[in-house]
Design a protein around this ligand. Structure first.
Ligand code: NAP
Length: 301
């Protein structure tokens, strides 16, 4: 059996090219350039790389991006003041607060302060609620990226048993919600650190999504032969980046698998751009918009 390698890098490149075209058309019809404001607090090197990659992706797609960088000693009050000013800035369409925030700053308070109409990460409780009800404004970028990868790879979710390992607010929980949503129609099992014997569940999965944060956690004996494996994990192991799935062991026995790197990671960034474009479009009267091909894809994919 040949294993389909789900090439997230290539799928994301196509999506980013579509977004660049849609951004040009928005600029031509309204003069508006989608603008993402990134907020980076402290000196975590991984966070700095993530923000830099997001900025590069913005520039390549013809978006504007600005970086608001603060030392780790910044107070919560100062950060909230910045968020309020970005909320009020008419030319800022998306606000990204890079996590984690330094100790002493309550991330929930900061994220809840972001204007839901500019919450392009999809973390605000209002946007989480809208997503849960199946009428999303912004979908969280990583789970939306996974749904997009599945769709363009021709992998149907309807009637399948999907098992998600990990229940974080940014990956596992929304991933399970999107897979179970009407239209996606998977039957979903959500596993976490208190699930006894995860292999019992993971071996039943037609589609297995690993978002655990433990390098090479999913082994060959934990998957059903022929299953679809989506590896969300990004872990540093020595000088290598590896996922939550032991790719070398698992790839030969499954039907499809997303690699790390080059799988879910690039999709996450592409979906952040998509949300930013959508936020920019939403500021314009509908009749001024020359709606391009992205207009109908504002769903779980
Ligand atoms: P997280 O907040 O640390 O959540 C990890 C989840 O895994 C938790 O729900 C935890 O359960 C569960 N877990 C931990 N140990 C487990 C075990 N032994 N067995 C079963 N479940 C276990 O992590 P996250 O933010 O969701 O990220 C997960 C991974 O995805 C990380 O490697 C992260 O770097 C990566 N990531 C990648 C992208 C991307 O764009 N590709 C985006 C975001 C995150 P409890 O809830 O019970 O503690």
């Amino acid at each position: 059996m040949t294993t389909l390698i789900i090439n997230g890098k290539q799928i994301a490149e196509q999506l980013r090219a579509d977004l660049a075209g849609a951004a040009r058309s928005l600029k031509d019809s309204t003069g508006v350039v989608p603008h993402l404001a990134a907020v980076l607090v402290g000196d975590d090197p991984a966070s700095a790389v993530y923000v830099r990659n997001k900025q590069i992706a913005c520039h390549k797609a013809g978006f504007k991006s600005t970086l608001h960088r603060f030392p780790a000693t910044t107070s919560q009050a100062e950060l909230l003041e910045l968020v309020h000013s970005l909320n009020a800035a008419a030319d800022v369409h998306g606000i990204l607060v890079q996590l984690p925030l330094p100790k002493g700053i309550d991330a929930t308070t900061v994220l809840d302060t972001v204007d839901p109409a500019k919450d392009v990460d999809g973390f605000h409780p209002e946007n989480v609620g809208l997503m849960q009800q199946g009428r999303p404004r912004f979908l969280p970028c990583t789970p939306a990226g996974v749904m997009h990868m599945l769709r363009v790879s021709g992998i149907t979710t309807s009637g399948k048993h999907a098992v998600v390992i990990g229940r974080s607010d940014i990956v596992g929980k929304p991933m399970a919600a999107l897979l179970a949503q009407k239209g996606a129609d998977a039957t979903v099992t959500l596993c976490h650190s208190r699930t006894p014997d995860i292999a019992v569940f993971s071996r039943q999965a037609d589609i297995l999504v690993a978002a655990v944060g433990i390098p090479l956690y999913v082994k060959a004996h934990m998957v059903k032969p022929g299953a679809v494996i989506i590896d969300v994990g990004i872990n540093r192991l020595g000088d290598r980046l590896v996922g939550d799935v032991d790719y070398a062991q698992v790839a030969p026995v499954v039907g499809a698998i997303s690699p790390v790197p080059g799988g879910v990671g690039p999709m996450t960034i592409a979906k952040l751009l998509k949300n930013t474009l959508q936020a920019a479009r939403a500021t314009q009267p509908i009749e001024t918009l020359n709606i391009g091909p992205l207009a109908e894809t504002h769903r779980g994919d």
